[in-house]
Design a protein. Sequence first.
Length: 61
Amino acid sequence: MPEKIYFVVPEPPAYLSLYRNVISGIVGPIRNYLPESTVSVDSVPGAINVHFFNEAVLSNP
């Protein structure tokens, strides 16, 4: 069972300019109740990865 929770955020500049305050407002209070967590742009195999605001890249049909 994974011991650490990873909050996966968009890569900069989107995270830095647009989502930082929103994600911090959501993640901050949750992290207060977790024994261990990380905020990262990468998912970790086998861990609990919580993604925010995934933006799908659509290709032309």
